[in-house]
Design a protein around this ligand. Structure first.
Ligand SMILES: [Zn+2]
Ligand SMILES: [Zn+2]
Length: 386
């Protein structure tokens, strides 16, 4: 605390779709922008917002999103970029040091130059003070070296070329729990020998898996029946796989090589923004689904009922509703048109409605006793007969 490297001067809500409590909230701040460089930070923030809105699936849920810009004047311009880094790389344009508010530095782990980190605790403290309802923080670092990092709900990227794609990739990590879909750590040509074949447990991230069996693949609902599983295998586990994509560009399957291993782990698509940055690639369908689920969390009928009305996720009605949703409404399930329409409606009004009900216990009781309880009871009786 009490850093002497800069000052927070203000904040502005630049995308406003309603109260923060009802929305998914981005807090965007800069590091290494001096007082004189604030216009450049504002331009960078606008660039981020524009790119976000143009990217699937953020475009589809844009009306669920708010963005706040937090203005920070750093004492000096730039970031720390050390001469030596464990990967043997040299700093582009020479080594730099700068006294900046969030202490941005390249080679943040001592071994990879592109790993650009900040004081994420201070970033969160700063966001708490200005935008208490934030869901994710984005830090734009004023330095021309390519880099970024993501974790702990803080995504960091620099103003280098391809920076916006780095930002979206890092958001994939920090806000949506996505893994890297590439199959090396230091690099395919680094000669590393400790990333040949993965032997650990099933990874927790939604977009990588150790499973190559179609029947238990966690994203099997997105795999077409004509797509083989595994879709590719790597003929030489000592190196990266260079074979061409045997299926369609956007097809989902199980492709060997993911999360820093040449073999033993599979990714959902041949390529994805979580695998390659700088080729204008989209997020693959599996990553898109995970992002959308986080932004619209609490918007399904069962979650709406559980969180807002029953306030008890083990209530029999809630259990029944969740089961009904899982059978009828999950992506890939053969939901009726009506059921799909219901989900679409909840996607739009669900989170605000649930938050409204949460603040009005009397309304929650009324809904539970007079509307949802009887409706669920009727549906359950009908379901048993049918
Ligand atoms: Zn990554
Ligand atoms: Zn992906």
């Amino acid at each position: 605390m009490g850093t002497a490297d800069g000052t927070v001067t203000g904040s502005t809500k630049v995308v406003d779709h309603g109260a923060d409590a009802d929305r998914y909230v981005f807090a965007v701040m800069g590091d290494g922008f001096t007082a004189a460089e604030q216009p450049a930070f504002q331009t960078a923030c606008t660039g981020f917002t524009t790119a976000l809105q143009a990217t699937r699936p953020f475009d589809a849920v844009w009306n669920q999103i708010n963005v706040h810009r937090i203005d920070i004047e750093s004492h000096q311009s730039g970031a720390d970029n050390p001469l030596a880094c464990g990967d043997g790389s040299a700093p582009t344009g020479g080594a730099t040091t700068a006294d900046t508010y969030l202490d941005a530095r390249y080679c943040g782990d001592g071994s990879i130059r592109r790993l650009l980190t900040v004081d994420s605790g201070l970033a969160q403290t700063t966001a708490n003070a200005r935008v208490p309802g934030w869901d994710v923080i984005v830090v734009i670092v004023n330095h021309a070296e390519y880099g970024g990092s993501g974790g702990g709900k803080v995504a960091v990227y620099s103003v280098a070329a391809d920076a916006l794609e780095v930002a979206l990739h890092e958001l994939g990590h920090s806000a949506y729990g996505l893994a890297d879909e590439y199959e090396y750590y230091q690099g395919c040509s680094s000669g590393e020998t400790d990333h040949d074949t993965y032997t650990g447990p099933e990874p927790g991230e939604p977009n990588v898996t150790a499973v190559s069996d179609r029947s238990t693949l966690k994203w099997r609902h997105l795999v077409a029946s004509a797509t083989p599983v595994p879709t590719t295998t790597n003929p030489d586990c000592t190196t990266c796989d260079t074979q061409a994509n045997p299926v369609g560009a956007n097809d989902i399957g199980a492709f060997a090589g993911a999360k820093y291993f040449h073999c033993g782990l599979y990714r959902p698509a041949h390529d994805c923004l979580m695998r390659t940055v700088g080729s204008s690639l989209p997020f693959c369908a599996v990553c898109q689904e995970a992002i959308k689920a986080e932004i619209t969390r609490g918007s399904s009928p069962a979650c709406f009922v559980a969180s807002a009305v029953y306030a008890d996720t083990t209530h029999p009605d809630v259990v029944w509703l969740r089961d009904w949703r899982d059978r009828r409404l999950r992506p890939g399930a053969r939901g009726r048109t009506g059921a799909r329409a219901l989900v679409a409606v909840y996607g739009r009004v669900g989170p605000p409605a649930a938050r409204h009900v949460q603040r009005h216990p009397a309304l929650a009781r009324l809904l539970r006793d007079r509307v949802l309880g009887p409706a669920v009871g009727l549906a359950r009786r009908h379901g048993r007969r049918g």
